[in-house]
Design a protein around this ligand. Sequence first.
Ligand SMILES: [Zn+2]
Length: 443
Amino acid sequence: MRAPFCSGGALIGAVVLFAGACHPARPSSSVLLSTPPADQLRADITYLAGAPLEGRGTGTPGNDSAASFIARRYSALHLASFPQADRPACAKGGVTGKAECFVFPFVASVAVRNSTPRALKTQNVAALIPGHGPLASEYVIVGAHFDHLGRDSANARDPEKGHVIHPGADDNGSGTIAVLELARRIARHPTSRSVIIANFTGEELGLLGSEQFANHLPVPKEKVQAMVNLDMVGRMKNDKLIVYGVLTATEMKGIVDSANVAPKLNIAAVGDGEGPSDHAAFYRKDLPVLHLFTDLHDDYHTAADVAEKLNIDGIVRVADFTERVVRTLADRPARLTFQRVQTAGANRPSERQGGGAYFGSIPDMAAGDTKGMPLSGVRAGGPADKAGLKAGDIIIKFGDKAITNIYDYTDALGGHKPGDMVDVVALRAGKEVTFKVALTARP
Ligand SMILES: [Zn+2]
């Protein structure tokens, strides 16, 4: 068991979460409901991006404390929790007043280059704002990841600094505090459909928390109207907001446009629902998704991504816009019409190396110790798709290279160039199948 972050904790599974001393004073719900948004956002980010949480790396005490902070907020807002049969205190769900009932512990399996995967005990956090009327048994998911790099320099853009704290104020402290703000607003005026507020861990390690949540939804997938993801919404410049996923339902573009009221945001709409953040885990479940993003900046994934550099008024505007989108999704009578997007959009980082050859795969980043590289999907219209590969296939050979994990695959692809014809061997339902793939240039 890990050393607890602070003393006096309650035990859940193997994780010590609810420490007494080092959390900020728990505001009463009346104070919570009356604090101006900007002040609440500032207070929350000061805590989440503060040094004591050491950059909220998955599997660290700082990440656990961030999870308990979020869970305590949902308790203070009197939100409902989902029934968790494995815990008597939380078995029934509803408004239990118990922060621990909002926590979903799980063991994440992290792929490690040339070694066996690492098991990390961690947790997602989720709460429910029940709807009212005939649509109350349908759901809109609003989410954001709360983990960041911690002291891990491997995924940092300033590795020369060594194991320093990466506060992750924008990535993704900003999305986390915006989601807490949305929970506060919607709890005050609930919508017709119920709203699920979800906070994911493990995003920086490959969407581990959102894949876990999407694979173990607390409600039937068919009842989910859409998922709205906020990842890096803290550095708005020139009123600009990038909105991914506007083509993942035929009605989505109209909903986004109608939510952009005066003072208007400068919205850059992108169709695709795929991408390097948590909405992708839900898009792969054929759910309409949106990802809100105020764009990259020089401090991305460096120790300089600090709270002082956030545009708090910009986050308030993102919350205003998102509230309008979520209310439309949750109150409109009709369900959305999901559509899978055929786009040449940006690809997952794994395809950016070597000869620029493009294969068009979506590696399953939560594959654990499966030998080979399992696919959680293929890019519609890409080389792999055209060759007939699909979700569930496990790539074991690429050209003349044996593939035992994603790193072997990245290296193998890096050795090819656009136009190469490659034999790819995959396991499908336990049988080896060979696919002739015409690699292209990266779109
Ligand atoms: Zn992020």
